[in-house]
Design a protein around this ligand. Structure first.
Ligand SMILES: Cc1cc2nc3c(=O)[nH]c(=O)nc-3n(C[C@H](O)[C@H](O)[C@H](O)COP(=O)(O)OP(=O)(O)OC[C@H]3O[C@@H](n4cnc5c(N)ncnc54)[C@H](O)[C@@H]3O)c2cc1C
Length: 519
């Protein structure tokens, strides 16, 4: 029953005890963390009664659900601290109600009712937030505004190659709708299956391609949102110099300034040619220098995944004790030979060894499906008592080596202090001419019942180290409630005032996702 609250998949995907017992030796061998007796997830606790249902106006009643499973599902995102609590039957902050509008007028009606009642509204796309963005933590009488009923492709502009999608459209549905047009968004966050267009825009999500179009920002042509004081819709333009961008303001607003209902996104034809290579680097720093020389030479590999030796071994990419670089180029028209040849030459000059290279055809699809299966494996690790979580940042190249060294050291020290052991590995998810986005994975033995306290202490040590090394608290996971202390320190004070002023103007009653970004 509780899998519907914390599970990534459909009920049939819930790992059974037999699955977990069979997986345990593999987990112990690959992670180095001894698997524990499989956890039997707790049943859902009784939730406090919903206060709002009886008082809802008749127009909103058909949109409302006070079903306990529904409320519990909307009380948690998908971070480690969310999953361990939900698996233990801890639903700390359930919304009073879940409201599911099926058109934009429904969103308008919900916001106007919420303003009158002073009820906090937490927008909910796919609920894949890993930063406490959808949990109504510390809020009284909150409602979760589920946008999944506002889904689908509305319009295709084949001349400009842009598409208008409703906010609640999930990744696979968006791609399926674009396929008949020969188009793709080419936007694949690892949460692709369980996240929505509106959630991507609201969190400034990033897809798995390493260069060029990294964040959803690069795809956004215009955004439409409902605010308590009216509709916020920008003009469709390929670019504009008319003052601060209205789209940029909504990008990353995390449900605090308005409810995104639609977006025009730039689409692309499907690539015809693909090439890939795997290389070995003596260590992450040497690999980093090679990657820097590639991007600073103007090359824009679609895939440029540099993983340290620990992660290369863990993921089965390379078991020689070296770091690994997976490179991929794609092209719409001509084969990618020139770029690929130059890339290999630059990598060899930087001290890397080419293990294999060549045309990939559709092999990229298989890699992508492995990538999107990872969240299922993560659930099994948690049930076997492994603390597994990731955190990420971005830094300019001049401070890259120092950041990786200091963050790895601080996080490893915290893991040993708090968990009695564990490992920290690092890879680059995105690369730019002036820097990169290091992404860290933590594996450690969890102490049953204390997982949240353990992780909170490790996360604080890691975040302090990121801040001290000059990195951002997030490159693409967003701020939510969990990153607030570090975000508050990172942003300029006058900017915080400007943001608060903007929020007060469009959300005078302060009902939109209080506690996220502000408040
Ligand atoms: C296994 C896993 C892998 C992930 N991989 C990636 C990745 O590769 N790249 C990446 O960037 N992120 C990743 N994430 C994080 C997460 O998937 C992204 O933040 C995603 O964009 C959230 O989309 P969602 O639809 O699930 O939004 P939700 O989780 O429902 O909401 C996220 C935030 O946006 C707000 N919001 C949602 N919809 C709207 C709307 N229509 N209008 C206004 N506000 C809204 C919510 O209130 C909340 O604050 C991953 C998460 C998991 C669990």
């Amino acid at each position: 029953m509780s899998y519907r609250v914390w599970g990534w998949g459909d009920p049939a995907d819930e790992p059974t005890r037999a699955d977990l017992v069979a997986l345990a030796p593999f987990v112990t061998a690959t992670t180095g963390v001894p698997a524990q007796e499989p956890l039997v997830p707790a049943e859902l606790p009784a939730l406090p009664p919903s206060r709002h249902l009886a008082a809802l106006p008749p127009s909103l009643r058909p949109l409302a659900s006070d079903d306990p499973v529904d409320r519990a599902r909307h009380a948690v995102g998908r971070s480690y601290r969310d999953l361990v609590r939900a698996m233990a039957g801890r639903i700390d902050s359930p919304p009073d109600l879940v409201l599911r509008p099926t058109d934009e007028q429904g969103v308008v009606d919900v916001l106007s009712w919420a303003q009158e009642q002073g009820a906090p509204v937490v927008p909910f796309g796919g609920g894949s937030s890993v930063v406490g963005g959808v949990e109504p933590r510390g809020l009284t009488g909150a409602v979760s505004l589920d946008l999944s009923g506002l889904a689908g492709l509305v319009e295709v502009d084949e001349v400009s190659r842009a598409v208008r999608l409703r906010a609640g459209t999930f990744g696979p549905a968006a791609e399926a709708a674009l396929k008949p047009y020969g188009l793709t968004l080419r936007f694949y966050p690892q949460s692709f299956e369980r996240s929505t267009v509106g959630g991507w825009v609201a969190t400034r999500a990033a897809g798995h391609f390493s260069t060029r179009l990294t964040h959803v920002d690069d795809l956004v042509e215009s955004v439409r949102a409902v605010t308590p004081v009216g509709t916020w819709e920008s003009r469709r333009l390929p670019g504009s110099g008319a003052g601060p961008s209205p789209d940029r303001m909504l990008l990353g607003s995390e449900g605090t300034l308005g409810v995104i209902t639609e977006a025009w996104l730039r689409a692309q034809p499907r690539p015809a040619h693909r090439w890939s290579a795997t290389l070995a680097a003596p260590d992450l720093a040497t690999g980093g220098r090679a990657v820097r020389s590639l991007v600073q030479s103007g090359l824009l590999p679609a895939t440029c995944r540099l993983v340290d030796a620990g992660e290369a071994a863990l993921t089965g990419t390379l078991s020689t004790g070296e770091a690994a670089l997976v490179l991929g180029f794609e092209s719409l028209s001509a084969p990618v030979t020139t770029d690929a040849t130059l890339a290999l030459e630059l990598c060899r000059d930087a001290g890397l060894r080419v293990l294999e290279s060549g045309d990939r055809g559709s092999a990229g699809e298989a890699w992508r499906s492995t990538f999107v299966r990872a969240p299922y494996l993560r659930e099994s690790l948690l049930l076997l008592g492994v603390l597994v979580e990731t955190f990420e940042t971005a830094i300019t190249w001049d401070r890259f080596d120092a950041l990786v060294a200091s963050v790895t050291a601080a996080t490893t020290e915290a893991l040993h202090r708090v968990c009695g052991g564990g490992t920290v590995t690092c890879r680059l998810t995105h690369v730019y001419a002036d820097g990169c986005a290091p992404y860290f994975t933590v594996l450690a033995p969890a102490r049953r019942g204390s997982e949240v306290a353990q992780w909170d202490e490790v996360k604080a040590a890691a975040s302090d180290a990121l801040a001290a090394a000059g990195g951002t608290i997030t490159h693409h996971h967003a701020v939510g409630r969990d990153h607030r202390p570090w975000y508050d320190r990172q942003r300029p004070d006058p900017f915080a005032l400007a943001l608060a002023g903007a929020k007060a103007a469009v959300d005078p009653a302060g009902v939109l996702n209080p506690g996220v970004l502000l408040g």
